[in-house]
Design a protein. Structure first.
Lengths: 169, 393
């Protein structure tokens, strides 16, 4: 009951930003929002209304796969697909997620560090492993990867198979 | 005499070979005199590329991989993963399996909290408490070994249930162990709340207010010591926590002392739960069948690890390998909040403040890819041994 109420409240708070709303599980609500609205949406749900806390940021590489008819080999079709960031907010059992789609050719999104200072580690993780630039982030030093890791190689992208393959291009 | 220039700022680097903690992490504290004015972290020294690795393995193989994310709370990682996969597959483990999962979770919490008690005492220079608590911790390690065959990776879970059962003889050993530990824990609570020198290192040190903890997303005992009522076992019960509920333990002071008290009182809760579980263990099967190919979908699986909420995000593309396995460990949340609140404290308090959140580095550092340039640079055991001999010649 409380979970339903919390989800309803989240929906009413974010209705102006949501392009679409989805209920993937009974205790969850997902809001697809435009990346330019991200900061305003976080400001509304967390800073102004204190709806739960930011539990995690999941980055996804939604690559477009194609299958070769003759060889049955699966490969990535560079003409489609996108990156996606999921900002999970938890309040007791209820989970509200802001979903932001980010194109490969312009992988940028506003940093929300100035709203929640503790979010820096999550953003740096996504920046290093998926190559997403968080505009306005106060600290963009390496967090997880070795110092000698080559620039522009993002290990959790679907195109990454190994460092040797990346070096070959 | 008035100083002509602004006071100089010093950056004190600590780590990665940390003099106090047994795991690698690098911190830079900017200090003005004794007082810390900024704190940053560099993690990743024990990165292993597990999230990427999970995408190249089957769901079943990944259960074993995820159990190895953390060497202290291995069971909750496997549990969070198994619960997520079961949710995607639309199956539920039988009641007896759920109860055994909760039992192992609580035994693991006991071992983890006692381990932390020792480490934190050691950081404060109280090595007698460290040795006593670790000696007593052996009781629960032996129990875990008795029921699973292992001290660390108990491997209790399979997708769809558990692979270990609890016999009456084992249940008796568990009851005896809990009696012994409860007596010892009373003593520890007395030490951390009454010992004058101990309180000198913990009382009013590293205070995180309720507002800070709540807003910055502090979780687990770190958050609960500041009065934040967050515990996945209570908020969103999983496995058997509905039938065997846990009582929320919180404190209001938010200092290091409160973090000691919360963890020790949680130990009492765990002893009570463990006894109740072995006394009222449901009967029945241990497993249900889970398909090899997991239906397409996304799921969030949250469990309460000893350090706080552990979140798994799983995405399936309908095949026998996952599309994405995202792990957000509790230490990462607590690092973020503790780095913010470290500012303003004395440098000498940093080891205790860092240890106060019960940090776990392997948890944070699971994602990196091993840098193998060519096969010839890989070292086997004999190469490593030779390298060591040459190095120290």
């Amino acid at each position: 009951m409380e979970t339903e109420k919390a989800l309803e409240l989240a929906e009413s708070l974010l209705k102006d930003f949501a392009i679409s709303t989805n209920h993937p599980e009974a205790n969850r609500v997902d809001f697809v929002i435009d990346r330019k609205d991200l900061k305003a949406a976080v400001n509304t749900i967390l800073v102004n209304k204190h709806w739960g806390y930011l539990s995690a940021i999941t980055a996804l590489d939604n690559a477009l796969w194609k299958v070769d008819e003759t060889t049955k080999q699966k490969s990535i079709d560079p003409s489609g697909g996108s990156l996606e960031l999921l900002y999970h907010f938890c309040q007791a059992a209820a989970v509200a997620t802001l979903r932001v789609s980010i194109p490969y050719n312009d992988p940028k999104v506003d940093s929300i560090c100035d709203l929640i200072s503790s979010v820096s580690l999550y953003e740096r993780e996504a920046a290093e492993l998926f190559g997403i630039e968080f505009v306005g982030a106060p600290n963009t030093d390496k967090l997880l990867l070795p110092d000698n890791w080559p620039a522009g190689v993002y290990p959790l992208r679907k195109t990454f198979t190994s460092l040797e393959d990346s070096a070959k291009g | 005499m008035e100083p002509k220039t602004a006071p100089e700022k010093f950056i004190v680097p600590i780590g990665p070979q940390h003099p106090a903690l047994k795991e690698p992490g690098h911190f830079e504290f900017t200090v003005e005199g004794e007082v810390v004015t900024n704190a940053t972290a560099r993690l990743g020294f024990v990165h292993r590329g597990m999230e990427k690795g999970a995408e190249n393995r089957t769901w079943i193989q990944d259960l074993y991989l995820m159990e190895r994310v953390c060497g202290i709370c291995s069971h909750v990682h496997a549990l969070a993963f198994a619960l997520g996969v079961e949710k995607l597959a639309g199956v539920q483990a039988p009641p007896r399996a759920q109860a055994i999962r909760e039992l192992v979770s609580e035994l693991e919490r006991i071992h983890s909290h006692l381990l932390w008690l020792g480490v934190a005492a050691h950081e404060g220079g109280f090595d007698t408490l460290f040795m006593f608590s670790w000696r007593d911790r052996e009781t629960v390690m032996d129990l875990l070994e008795t029921i699973s065959g292992n001290r660390v990776n108990y491997s209790a879970n399979v997708l769809g249930g558990v692979k270990i059962d609890i016999s009456e003889k084992q249940a008796d050993a568990i009851r005896k162990g809990m009696d012994f530990l409860e007596e010892r824990t009373k003593h520890y609570l007395k030490v951390v709340t009454e010992d004058e020198t101990f309180l000198g290192r913990t009382r009013n040190i590293g205070v995180m207010t309720f507002e800070q903890a709540d807003f910055l997303g502090a979780i687990g005992p770190t958050g609960r010591a500041s009065g934040v009522k967050r515990d996945v076992r209570v908020d969103s019960p999983y496995t058997a926590y509905n039938d065997f509920p846990v009582k929320l333990v919180t404190h209001t002071h938010g200092d290091l002392e409160a973090r000691f008290i919360v963890r020790i009182q949680e130990l009492y809760e765990s002893y009570r739960l463990v006894r109740e579980l072995v006394d009222k263990m449901p009967t029945g099967d241990l497993t249900v069948r889970v398909p090899r190919r997991i239906p397409e979908g996304e799921v969030i699986s949250r469990v309460e690890a000893p350090r706080g909420e552990l979140l798994y995000f799983l995405k399936s593309n309908g095949s026998d390998t996952p599309e994405r396995v995202k792990v957000r460990t509790p230490s990462l949340c607590n690092w973020s909040s503790v780095l913010v609140t470290a500012v303003g404290h004395n440098l000498a308090d940093m080891p205790m403040i860092l240890a106060g959140i019960d940090p776990c580095f392997s948890c944070n550092d699971r994602i990196v890819t091993v840098n193998r340039k060519t096969d010839s640079t890989q070292m086997d055991w004999e190469d490593l041994r030779q390298y060591g001999i040459e190095y120290y010649k």
